[in-house]
Design a protein around this ligand. Structure first.
Ligand SMILES: NC(=O)C1=CN([C@@H]2O[C@H](COP(=O)(O)OP(=O)(O)OC[C@H]3O[C@@H](n4cnc5c(N)ncnc54)[C@H](O)[C@@H]3O)[C@@H](O)[C@H]2O)C=CC1
Ligand SMILES: CC(=O)C(=O)O
Ligand SMILES: [Mg+2]
Length: 549
């Protein structure tokens, strides 16, 4: 059997096709009880020596018993999400060719050009597929071009859709586009599972992407495509190219923009309450100006617009920095996506050191989307603390090994005054006898609700205002107790409640803009709409109770 034929065999038909199916008893021992079994799974999980082994164990559990897996995930989100998602999913991607066990998603390769529809038709769920996370593996988290190893990021995001917004597992479709890789070590690795070639030029990639997107909507008429972890140029390029033609959005640009806007609204209130500074006078410095940095910066303009400022005034409160320093309009060869925020009001020598840039800008908030570990050094954080009673510092790069500053350092260097949110999770810590909880500024809070709202409303497109309303709903979801302990994001255990609220906001905005197709929802009052949304959320059945004889 050739590799090309293999890739056309669906994951489920694999064993049968190869004549290797075995008889697997379906009924558990009569005295097995669900609660005990979850505890057994937890013990097995905790016995694994490394996070990557835990990831492999969980992936096996999902294969053996998907209902149990999602029940287990919902009951232990705090412990499991950092394994299935950032940071450990980063290790899983980096090592995927070596830990690969069985097909878990769909690969669509450059070699499938001309017959992409046929490849998509092999997906077992067919037209029941509603949500697809699609990566081309070219910028997985901050880990760079991982090629075909990128599939676990699509799988992890879809697990969050299922756990966080109750999407039915069979409606989810993880895809990795295998377009080669420019990472030499994979091309030399005998176990590498992807195409052994460098990435295509833009014309070849455009032709492939056009066929892929058209085929997706032909084969899965209700599909919403979430673009994930494309390298920055292509992230902007394909969002612009397809956003008005298909149901799609880019998680790194729009999802991250929304989640950070939401956290920033709450952080700015806390900071201004301490300093007395009007909200309109906050100044934000972005360290990192890729798809995430610029996506967030554009979305954060809504924060200033909400204070009654014009677009120009809002833009003026935002400064961006890349590997060459403060981005100014007079710099030669400035990439297209960096031009919007390039400063025209600075004309001195290039500012390249972060401390010098902070001294010049005097920001109230420092946001990291740079992939540069420890970029927010002690002198940087202390300077932010000298300038602000309660500095807002969000090291948002993933995974945790690329975080611009660790929670412990940020707390100690600001004497506990920092308002902190990071891309990957940190544990709480004690400071001067007070328990401090970090926020997690990660798009996982927002994309499940955006996806659910878009699917339920049948929206033709994901509009900018749908994304902004999602951010507003998330920011308003904080409970009094969470505000009292200084959180800027709600606790993760409430994710389903929060996703329902975000979905309602997205549905309402789709209706206001007339892009909704499920027009029956228009007549529902808000309290009925939220119950409707919740009623659509899938939950794993109480499997072991149901099958006990
Ligand atoms: N928290 C969240 O929800 C999300 C976090 N991210 C994270 O954001 C990070 C960046 O993602 P992209 O924007 O797509 O990547 P990118 O590679 O396009 O952008 C990185 C940016 O950082 C800048 N940079 C790199 N080294 C620098 C240095 N030494 N000094 C100053 N700037 C430097 C680059 O010039 C570039 O502008 C990744 O780690 C990713 O995991 C991305 C999406 C969501
Ligand atoms: C969280 C996410 O989407 C990223 O780091 O790329
Ligand atoms: Mg991403």
């Amino acid at each position: 059997m050739t590799l090309a034929t293999l890739s056309l065999i669906t994951p489920k038909s694999n064993a049968a096709a190869m004549g290797t199916s075995t008889i697997v008893p379906k009924i558990p021992p009569p005295h097995l009880n669900g609660t005990d079994h979850r505890q057994r799974c937890l013990t097995q999980l905790r016995s694994k020596a490394t996070s990557l082994e835990k990831y492999i164990f969980l992936s096996g559990l999902k294969e053996r018993d998907a209902n149990l897996f999602y029940e287990f995930l919902l009951a232990n989100m705090f412990e499991l999400i950092p394994i299935l998602y950032t940071p450990t999913v980063g290790d899983a991607c980096s090592n995927y060719s070596h830990i690969w066990r069985r097909p878990e998603g769909l690969y669509v390769s450059l070699e499938h050009k001309g017959r992409i529809r046929d490849v998509l038709r092999t997906w077992p769920a067919g037209i029941a597929s509603h949500i697809s996370v699609v990566t081309d593996g070219s910028r997985i988290l901050g880990l760079g071009d991982l090629g075909a190893n990128g599939l676990p990021i699509s799988i992890g995001k879809l697990d969050l859709y299922i756990a966080g917004a109750g999407l039915r597992p069979t409606s989810t479709l993880p895809i990795c586009l295998d377009l080669g890789t420019n990472t030499e070590r994979f091309l030399k690795d005998p176990l590498y599972i992807g195409l052994r070639r460098s990435r295509p030029n833009i014309a070849e990639m455009d032709a492939f992407m056009d066929e892929f997107m058209e085929a997706m909507t032909d084969v899965f008429p209700k599909i919403l495509v979430q673009f994930e972890d494309f390298s920055t140029d292509n992230a902007f390029r394909y969002l612009d190219r397809y956003r008005h033609r298909y149901q799609c959005f880019n998680d790194d640009i729009q999802g991250t923009g929304a989640v950070v806007l939401s956290g920033f609204i709450n952080a700015a209130r806390l900071s201004s309450a301490a300093s007395g500074l009007p909200l309109s006078e906050h100044k934000i410095l972005f360290f990192g100006a890729g798809s995430a940095g610029i996506g967030v910066a554009k979305q954060l303009m809504s924060f200033f617009r909400l204070q009654g400022m014009s677009e120009e005034e809002a833009k003026d409160r935002i400064y961006t920095v890349d590997s060459k320093g403060l981005i100014t309009a007079d710099r030669d060869g400035l990439q297209e996506h960096k031009k919007f925020f390039a400063r025209t009001d600075y004309s001195g020598p290039s500012l390249t050191k972060l401390v010098d840039i902070i001294n010049y800008v005097q920001p109230t908030a420092l946001l990291g989307l740079s992939t540069l570990r420890n970029a927010f050094s002690e002198d940087v954080v202390r300077l932010m603390s000298n300038l602000n009673k309660r500095p807002i510092i969000f090291p948002l790069s993933n995974p945790v090994s690329l975080s611009e500053v660790d929670f412990l350092d940020a707390v100690n260097w600001t004497n506990g005054q920092v308002i902190f949110a990071s891309g990957s999770p940190y544990p709480p810590m004690l400071h001067n006898g007070v328990n401090l909880e970090p926020g997690q500024g990660n798009n996982m809070y927002i994309f499940p609700g955006i996806g659910l709202g878009t699917i339920l409303s049948g929206a033709k497109h994901v509009t900018d205002d749908m994304v902004t309303q999602a951010a507003m709903a998330l920011s308003a979801a904080l409970e009094d107790e969470e505000v009292r302990v200084g959180l800027v994001y709600p606790r993760l255990v409430r994710i389903r409640e929060i996703s329902a609220r975000i979905a309602c906001a997205v549905i309402r905005q789709a209706q206001d803009e007339g892009v909704d197709r499920n027009i029956l929802l228009r007549s529902l009052k808000d309290d009925v709409l939220i119950e409707y949304v919740k009623s659509k959320m899938w939950s794993p059945p109480a499997y072991y109770a149901a099958t006990r004889m």
